[in-house]
Unconditional design. Structure first.
Length: 287
């Protein structure tokens, strides 16, 4: 099965990307004249004027692309085109993931009514919500409501999912809602875990956020850490530590923007207005 890397389009992609677009929209020139006639130079202008375009890349070759934007709390996309099977699905999934990460619930696009794309989108949960007439033909607006991605407090019903993700004993979690435990949920599905415990002397010890494989690489750890930080601040802790790890080191700049700084073997944050205090390195072994 072909593997795709979905990334932001670059000026050097212009020639191949515009050719993919022209081929994909050639038969719908009257309805979609812009992508059907787009030249490499025009593609570069699109990138320079702030439009977000993603491309699907395999073995260094652009094989698909999509344009997207946010409007009135919704994510819209167009120009979905692919030159090989499954590239379009990879791009569509990237659009949905990006919207979900920005807290957007609705994704929309305008497509030809009754055409093959309408069946294609229906398979992925898109439903028609409006009809538009253009050039004597009908377009339909299709929409998908995405599951709500959120960080919330742990519930007893989450125990088994937490145990599977974090490798902990589920029994205590089944008995009560444990203070300091939070989950990242995708709709009703638990996909990540973070916890906070009392390290004594006003120190909050954060466990490293753990996520299912398909949710890694999206910087969701930062969101989880922020939720745990709010908990620690409201519980009177003045300092928080989280052990350094390769996953968090990849987010070092973002952590520092949030006032988490490397000290010894941990990232440390001073909470509230309390002064930073020197505390010995936290051992990652359980107490």
């Amino acid at each position: 099965m072909t593997e795709f890397t979905v990334r932001t389009a670059l000026p050097e992609d212009s020639e191949v990307a515009s050719a993919v677009l022209r081929a994909a929209f050639a038969e719908e020139h009257e309805l979609f004249s812009e992508p059907a006639t787009l030249t490499p130079g025009a593609f570069e202008v699109v990138l320079q004027t702030g439009h977000q375009v993603l491309v699907a890349d395999t073995a260094g070759r652009v094989v698909g692309l999509v344009r997207l934007w946010d409007e009135d709390g919704m994510c819209w996309f167009d120009w979905l085109a692919s030159a090989v099977p499954r590239a379009g699905r990879a791009l569509l999934r990237a659009v949905e993931i990006g919207a979900q990460d920005r807290g957007i619930r609705l994704v929309r696009a305008n497509i030809v009514e009754g055409g093959p794309l309408q069946d294609y989108f229906e398979r992925f949960g898109y439903r028609p919500i409006a009809r538009i007439t253009a050039g004597g033909r009908s377009l339909v607006t299709v929409e998908r409501r995405l599951p709500l991605l959120t960080v919330r407090e742990q519930r007893r019903a989450d125990a088994d999912a937490i145990a599977e993700i974090a490798g902990v004993d589920p029994w205590p979690l089944r008995q009560e809602n444990r203070s300091g435990w939070f989950v990242l949920s995708d709709g009703e599905r638990v996909v990540g875990v973070i916890s906070v415990k009392d390290g004594g002397a006003g120190l909050a010890l954060f466990a490293e956020p753990v996520l299912l494989e398909e949710y890694r690489g999206r910087s969701l750890e930062l969101w989880m850490i922020e939720r745990a930080t709010t908990y620690a601040e409201t519980r009177g802790f003045h300092t928080a530590d989280i052990a350094q790890s390769p996953a968090l080191d990849a987010l070092k700049r973002d952590l520092e923007d949030r006032r988490w700084f490397p000290e010894g073997k941990v990232y440390r944050k001073s909470l509230g207005d309390a002064p930073r205090t020197a505390i010995g390195d936290w051992s990652t072994e359980d107490d």
